[in-house]
Ligand binder design. Sequence first.
Ligand code: ZN
Ligand code: ZN
Length: 277
Amino acid sequence: MRIGCHLSISKGFAAMLRVGQELGAEIVQYFPKNPRSYRLKAFDPVQLRKEYEETRELDIVTVAHSPYVTNLSTGDPELRETTIASIVNDLEIADAYGSSGLVIHCGKHVGQGERRGLELMIEAIDEIMQRYEGPTRILLENTAGQGSELGRTVDELLTIHERLSFSNRVGFCFDTCHAFAGGVLDFEHWDEVKSELMREEFRSKVELVHLNDSMMPFGDKKDRHQLLGQGEIGADNLRLFLTSDIFPGVGVVIETPVEKERDYAGEIAIARQWVSV
Ligand SMILES: [Zn+2]
Ligand SMILES: [Zn+2]
């Protein structure tokens, strides 16, 4: 099981991976561009590919994460076009860096109703996959169901997935904080939850785990990450999740509120210790 964390790419891809190596990360997630904006980033694919080739010896797998502001379900035609172009840009950058996937949060219907929100989200992903045909995969992340966020439950994620035109190029990212705050990861009913997550049609599509503790209590539907073992999920439950072999072989990325990037070394060590005992 590859364990790693989210890092900043602001000093460049190679510098980011060297930090990752020092922290003990075997997988690193990054934002291909400013996470608070849709603005397209100009890049030279040859240069990015070179950076990727030069860092392969580090044996660190990378995944990208689309900007926070992204709403796949937006009903505004102009914003929709901006969003689609932004994600295609993210995919192209991620592709050039040899990253296997781009994590995208499921959409928010913001008053349009769930059904319309889902429709718009599916159409947007179809459009993105028509414009981008490379190997980097879209990984739809489960949400905490905050506000009008879609994609909270296993069933909802599967419903979205089965309606996609290019579903073979889309997988899931499972975030423990979102699932806990969203009322899905219920450790009081662990056996049932575990078999729900292990339904073959879901399990086979999960390609990444985000391992985070939650500042908010179970079912609160608020997305606030906490340091591993210091939140409402707690060390015992996170360890139980991690050692239950629910998503075997899937990379684990930690995105907890560390003060400095260096502090991820401790978070990675905690997670690694959980899986080693
Ligand atoms: Zn996440
Ligand atoms: Zn989150």
